[in-house]
Design a binder for this molecule. Sequence first.
Ligand SMILES: [Zn+2]
Length: 91
Amino acid sequence: MEKNNKNFSLMLRGTRTFICDNCGHKFKGGDFEWNCTAFSAPLKCPKCGSFHTYPYSSSGDIFGWIFGSDKSIYEDIWKTMDEQHNNIDNE
Ligand SMILES: [Zn+2]
């Protein structure tokens, strides 16, 4: 995540635990703001290499509440990331 992408606006807020939607692996990583929203930018899973990850939180956490109520938000983010990655590959 060191490389700045012109299409992303990332701001580091600290670290948090993420969970991989692909393999279920939990890992700690940098908590980056996703395009100036309250959501955390998905990080690449260190185990399987997928970036379809989302912040994992215990109940009572505000992010857990947001995420638990609407996973489609992260599915949209993943879709955007897929498109961004395709653009990078084509350059
Ligand atoms: Zn994984």
